[in-house]
Structures are given as C-alpha cells and as structure tokens.
Design a protein. Structure first.
Ligand code: BGC
Ligand code: NOJ
Length: 813
C-alpha cells in the first residue's frame, strides 16, 4: 500500500493523503538555518544548533502526534468556517491534498470550499530565514471574502531549558511589533544579541504575540478563539508563551489568485548596536529590515527558489547513474544523495526521533556521514574534519560528541568509545581520495580546542591509530572501552541502577573486554594511514603501519574466528560474544562485514558471509544478531535492554547492511550484493508502506527484526549512518566507481543479468561519462577500458582536471 508516489522528474515525493502512518518529513536549509517540516507542516526551525538556538517550539511526545508547526488558518467570512490548508492543526476534511517533498523545499496544497491554497516552504541558500510562499485561489464562481491567519510558536532559544524551566520562562517572553513585523526578543535585553522575526507581505489587520490571547483559555491549535471570532487583540504582554500571528483579509473575485509571502528568520546584531534609538531598549531593526523587505517581494522569492534548485542541480550532478534498476537510479540520483547531505549537516541531532537536545554531532557519526557527502561539497567536508579533529584528546581518543554551535566536546558524554578515532582516518582518507588535497594534512589543529596544543592534522591521524595500540586487551585485540560502533554493547558498564546511562557508566576497569570490530577498523585505519604516508613518500612509517595491521590480522585469525564466522567480542570475564558457544547472540553482523572489508582472510570471509545468509538475512534486511537476547545481561549492557527484534538487539540495523553488501561485492557476489541493497532500499519498500510505515524516500535506522511482532516496521528515519554507507555501497562497490588516491577506480560488481549501466561522475575538475557493458554476463572483472577512444591499462582513470567531459568505455569480462 502506498500513500503517495515518486515524481523523479521533479525530484519530489508526492504524498497524496495527509494521514500517513507517521509524519513523513523533510528538511529545509542546507547550512546554518534549518527546519524540519512534516507533510502537514509540523516541525520547527533552528539556527545552527537544535538545542541552543531553537527558534520555534515543538513538543515531542505530543498527542495527537505532530502538533505544532508552520500553520496558516483560512476562514470564510460568510460561513464562518475555518480550516488549515496543510490539514494540521484543524484536521478538517479537504477536497484534495498533496504534499510535495523536494530538495530543500516542501509544497503543501489543498482545496476546501472551492478555495485552493498552496504553500511552498524553503530556505533561500545563504540566508538565515525561511519563506512560506502562499497562493490562495478562488475556484468558485462568486466573490469570496476570507481571513488568513499565520501562526508560529516561538521557543526561548535553549530547547531543553524551554521545556523544563517554567518558573523563569513564563516571566521572560518579550516581543515587539513594528510595521506588521513580529520580533521575538526574549533575553535580548540582557546577554543575547539575536532575535527571530516573522513578517508578511500583506498589510495586517491585527496580530497576536501571546499564545493564550490567540488560542483562548483551554483551547488548542485546532480551534483558536481568534480565528473562530475573526478578531485579533494585538496582544503584547510580557511573559507566558510568545507566538507570532498575523491576521489579514482577502477578497477574491472568481478565479482570482492572491500570493502572500511570509518570512520567518533569525538575525544577530553587533553587540554595540543592539538598540535603536541609542539609549532605549528598542530592538535595532536597521540591519534586518532590508533583508525582510527584500524577501517579502515575489521576485526575490522566485530568484531565491531558482538559486535553491540550481544549488541542488550542482550537488546532484556530481554523480548520476542509469542502471537497469529504477530504485537504484532514484536513490543514487536523488534521495540517497539528499539524505547524505542532511545527515552530514545534522549528524544525529534533530529529527522526529532525535529531539535536538540529546545529541549534538557524533564523532564516529560525522566521520561516517562524510563518506557519503564528501563528493558534494569537499570544502565543507574539509572543515568538518578539522572541527572534529579539534575535539580530539591528546591521548588520541575523542570526545564522542560535540555541540554544533560551540564546536566544543560534550563533557556530559565524554570519551572512551574506543572505535571513535579510527573513523577519522577513514574520513580523511575519503577526502584525500576525492580531492587529492594533501594540504589538509598540514593544517594545524588543537586538541580539545585548547589553544597552544596545535599539531598538523597528520599527527592527529597518527594518534588515532596509536590510540588502539595503546589500548590492547588480554588476547591482543583492542579494548572496547565504553562501546565500539555498537553503542549498546557496553561491556564495562555493569549497571543495575534504573535510568543510569549505559554509555557513560563504568563499573569495571576496562582492561579486559575486547572488540573484533575495533580490530577490523584498526586494520583499515592503519592501512589507510600507510597509504597516506606512502603518498607522502614516508616509506618507513608506512611499512611500520602495515606491520601493525598485519599483526592485528594474525590476532583475529587466532582469537577472532569462531570456526564459521568472526567473533564479536570478549566480555569482561573473557567470555566470547557472538560465538556458537553462546546461548543467545551467537552471531553478529558487524564483525562479518568489517572483517571482510578489512581483508582479514578471504576463506574466512566466504564462510562468514555464508553464515550471514543462513542466520541473519531476512526478507526485510539483515538483522544485527541472532538469536536476540531474551533477558537482561549485566555484563552486556544496553543491547540486552531492548526487546528481541528491536534496535541493537536483533533489528535490521540498516547502517550495518551496506557493510555486508560491500563484503559481497569484494568477494564478487554481485547478485547477492544488490539483493541485500534492495531489501532495505526505501524506494523498493514503498509498495509495503503500511508495514514499513516510515518515509519511503529515506533510510531509517532500524527495521524491526524477525523476532518482533512488527517485523518489517521501520523506525528512526533520516538521521542514520545508513545513508552514507548505502551510498558508498551502491556507488563505489556495486557500481564500482570508486575514488582512490591516484584517481577514479572502476571496479563494478553487478548481477550477471545486467547488460551494463552508465554513470556520469564529476571528479577532480573533470566529468567522466562512463559506459559499462557486460557482454559476457559476469559479476565482476574488467576486460578493457577506453578513455576518449584510447585503451588504458589501468582500472584507475587518468586525472584530467581540465573542465572537460571524458568518454570512458568499460567492458566487463
Ligand atoms: C541507541 C543507540 C545509540 C545510543 C546513543 C542507544 O539508546 O540504541 O542506537 O547509538 O543510544 O547514545
Ligand atoms: C546510533 C549512533 O548514532 C551510532 O553512533 C552507533 O554506531 C549506532 N547507533 C549503533 O549503536
């Protein structure tokens, strides 16, 4: 069952009924100013940081779900009937409804009582504001008198404080209204120099800035008193809950259209120019007013929207494919790339499952997100690597998270997630393979943001690798610390206290529990760093790193192999985890994928992948482990806290599936790799939306596993490393268009039934138009490559950097 359809031509998903199984959302903004918007206009906006600079309020855990957003009410003056063209919050029956989620914009349109309204929401590139561009059309054959009300609820900046510190917050709300513009300026009188504004292109009849004045006592957003009575009170009192409401009247002749533009934005004034006239407490509007005036004009709005479209053309043009599978094409060309941008921007901070206050930018998360993003805007990837490196500790360890506004490591979560450092080597390698910009290695970066501690980035990477060598356990495998990639395998926590954090509580000395996942990551990181060193002509150092990697391979052979698959870990008592000797949790996915990717041993890898097919693969994807834990184990931690089939305890944890796809591709099983790809591919699951329930255009973190009653149900959509890794799996390993230090490498691994495919890839200053043919029906292997008509020996394409398009013909065989 579907709740909409893909419009690939326009790069949109079109939702055709408002009551989707869950709110199906989109993101507005690509840098600095962001918003989440659901298919019924729910959601909120923030500047840089969803916790510390929340502009509008949103209540998670609300009922009905997704109440609060960017709302408009239309009211028919004659009948007194009112409704929301976005369905929420009034939920009135609509004659028709569509929501088009596109690249950085959402358009919601509906008809009610012969009044058609369409609202396009977007953030102009480079601006710290959002536009609601509404067109109302009278489809009836008589003149219609209408009122329109806009409505937003302001957040008092710090979203956590806003939802908890009521004894203060109900006293501090302040707003100003001037020339129809509502300015939200809570705390501006003291230490803040920023404010939110909400403006509208129509002359207004009245406004509200107080929630209760708008709603009326004991009422909700679905029937505000002001809308019902068609009468605003121009409320401007201090405290309580600030809102922004404009009221305007429209008179529309039959067939007449009216366009009204709303601008909601964020602005910072210089500290010494906060007030104007000087000496007053009046907000200085001199700098912001021209911005507001500009974007209230249709021409500027149209131009900004074209800029947005062009920006996305540019991003997506980097890699376009034409294969035999429409889901592959759609995901690679549009939605997967788009999700990679969103995860890069927001890490795991703000979605409909991440409240924006819990987690900032994850260290391992951001490094992995970069793998799917780096080709789009390499400069931003560069900056991100440097920001992450600046939160590294001198020991080589890393703060597990940092706050995007301050770029400081988060003390509450701290460090000791022993996989973290390795990911930074992999992300830097990805940046180098894309750009060849070695200057990043010389960039001076501090540790823990402490001035005076700067060293070149290269040394940060060396410390990343050394960190694992400094933290080795009894079997010679890396110590796990608080957790490795699997945040819920908490082998040193031993928590018996309700509510205690599994990730930050430590009741053991941490000197025993070991991880084969970190071992595999170490091998990958050490070998990547060796490549980098070799590239820098530091042969000896490269050789030493390779020796360390080889030694770890031996250790895995000795202590990390269970006979038919790779072990997952050793617990505090040196008992095996992920072994056939275990009663539950006999086999885990992570070590099968990562040890294969690390090139530990081909024969072992073959067996391990066979075991994955046998024990972990399901129709809805590959589950994380099997069988799931049925009870809580003190020595395992959070993983055993989840009911079987959920989250880390045996769901299809989608992030890990591409590791298995890549592994299958490495071993040459193209059919199997694509099969796994399609099982979790959102577009391929659209037809079962009533089971999947999350958005069919983006990946979710989990799909309930076979042990769950809701087998196949997705949760935690949008912000997941699944986006980047699936992008890497399909583009670099299945289609096999893989950036490498020396250039773009061609190494497809496809189903034998594919006759070929085409790729256009922008890379290091040139465009490659690659046509792959598969006359012999193989999965892997290359017989010949021609570049611009001339045969080349190597599967790595020459770097041109000439701004030209180059024709590449690849014959598999
Ligand atoms: C989740 C993990 C997540 C961790 C972050 C856990 O509750 O299951 O997926 O990584 O929280 O703190
Ligand atoms: C989500 C977290 O953001 C990520 O860092 C972690 O690797 C996975 N959960 C698995 O626990």
């Amino acid at each position: 069952m579907q709740f909409g359809y893909f419009d690939d031509q326009n790069r949109e998903y079109v939702i055709t009924q408002p009551d989707t199984p869950l709110p199906w959302i989109n993101y507005l903004g690509a840098q600095d100013y962001f918003g989440l918007i659901s298919n019924t206009a729910g959601g909120y906006s923030f500047y840089q940081d969803a916790r510390l600079r929340r502009l509008t309020r949103y209540r998670y855990n609300n009922v009905p779900t997704d109440m609060g957003g960017r709302y408009i009410y239309l009211r028919d003056t004659e009948s007194g009937e009112f409704w929301s063209p976005t369905w929420m919050p009034t939920r009135s029956e609509l004659e028709d409804y569509t929501c088009r989620h596109g690249m950085g914009y959402t358009v919601i349109a509906s008809t009610k009582a012969d009044i058609h309204a369409e609202i396009r929401y977007f953030v102009p590139p480079g601006q710290t504001l959002e536009i609601w561009d509404m067109t109302v059309t009278n489809k009836s054959d008589r003149v219609r008198e209408l009122s329109a009300f806009s409505c937003i609820e302001f957040c008092l900046w710090d979203a956590l404080d806003d939802s908890s510190n009521f004894q203060r917050n109900l006293n501090i709300g302040e707003a100003e209204v001037e020339d129809g513009v509502i300015y939200h300026k809570t705390e501006y009188r003291e230490r803040r120099n920023h404010f939110t504004y909400f403006a509208c292109s129509e002359p207004i009849l009245g406004f509200e800035t107080q929630r209760e004045a708008f709603l009326g006592p004991y009422r909700g957003w679905e029937n505000p008193q002001v809308v019902e009575n068609d009468q605003t009170s121009n409320s401007l009192q201090v405290g309580w809950s600030p809102v922004g409401v404009h009221h305007m009247r429209l008179s529309l002749a039959p067939g007449e259209k009216k366009r009204i533009i709303f601008v909601l934005g964020y602005h910072e004034n210089p500290i010494d120019e906060k007030f104007f006239p000087p000496g007053t407490q009046t907000l200085n509007k001199n700098k912001v007013r021209p911005i507001i005036d500009k974007f209230l004009k249709p021409d500027a709005v149209d131009a900004a929207f074209s800029d947005l479209e062009e920006m996305w053309d540019e991003f997506l043009e980097v890699m376009q494919v034409d294969t035999a599978n429409p889901h592959v094409n759609r995901m690679v060309n549009i939605w997967n790339a788009y999700q990679c941008m969103v995860t890069f921007n927001l890490s795991r901070s703000a979605s409909y499952f991440e409240s924006g206050i819990g987690r900032g930018m994850g260290f391992r998360d951001s490094n992995q997100d970069l793998l799917g993003f780096v080709q789009m805007v390499p400069d931003r990837a560069r900056q991100r690597i440097l920001d992450l490196a600046a939160t590294q500790l001198e020991s080589g360890g890393a703060y597990h998270q940092y706050q995007p506004l301050t770029k400081r490591g988060n003390d509450a979560v701290g460090s000791n997630f022993n996989d973290d450092p390795a990911w930074m080597v992999l992300s830097t390698a990805a940046y180098l393979k894309e750009t060849a910009d070695c200057s990043i290695l010389d960039a001076l970066v501090p540790y823990e943001n402490k001035p005076g501690t700067e060293t070149p980035l290269l040394e940060h990477l060396e410390r990343c690798v050394q960190y694992t060598l400094d933290n080795i356990g009894p079997h010679g495998l890396p110590l796990i610390g608080r957790a490795d990639w699997n945040d819920c395998l908490n082998l040193n926590t031993f928590s018996a206290t309700p509510g205690e954090s599994f990730q930050t509580t430590t009741n053991q000395d941490g000197k025993n529990a070991e991880s084969t996942v970190i071992a595999a990551l170490f091998i990958m990181a050490a070998r990547e760093l060796a490549h980098i060193k070799r590239y820098l002509k530091k042969e000896d150092e490269a050789a030493k790193l390779e020796k360390d990697a080889d030694a770890m391979v031996c250790t895995i052979h000795k202590y990390g192999w269970d006979g038919d698959w790779f072990l997952r870990a050793y617990d505090h008592f040196s008992e095996k985890i992920g072994s056939k000797t275990c009663a539950e949790g006999k086999i885990f996915i992570e070590s099968q994928g990562l040890c294969t990717m690390a090139g530990v041993d081909e024969e072992m890898a073959k067996k391990a992948l066979e075991a994955v097919r046998q024990h972990l693969a399901t129709e809805h994807g590959v589950v994380l482990l099997d069988p799931p834990y049925t009870s809580y184990h003190l020595q395992l931690g959070e993983i055993s806290s989840y009911p079987p089939g959920y989250k880390e305890n045996g769901s299809v944890f989608c992030h890990t599936n591409p590791w298995v796809m890549i592994s299958e591709a490495i071993l040459g099983y193209g059919e199997q790799a694509l099969d796994y790809y399609l099982r979790i591919c959102p577009s391929n699951r659209e037809a079962i939306s009533e089971i999947h329930r999350c958005e069919p255009y983006v990946y979710a973190q989990t799909i309930a596993g076979k042990a769950s009653d809701h087998f196949g149900e997705a949760k935690n959509s949008w912000l997941t490393g699944t986006a980047a890794w699936n992008y890497v799996a399909i583009t670099q390993w299945i289609l096999g268009i893989r950036p490498d230090y020396a250039g773009l490498r061609i190494d497809p691994c496809i189903p034998p039934s594919w006759e070929g495919f085409e790729v256009t890839r922008r890379y290091r200053g040139a465009t490659y138009h690659i046509q792959v043919s598969n006359p012999g029906g193989v999965s892997k292997g290359i017989r010949a490559i021609n570049v611009d008509g001339k045969p080349v020996e190597d599967a790595t394409l020459p770097v041109f950097n000439d701004g030209e398009i180059h024709q590449v013909e690849v014959v598999m065989g």
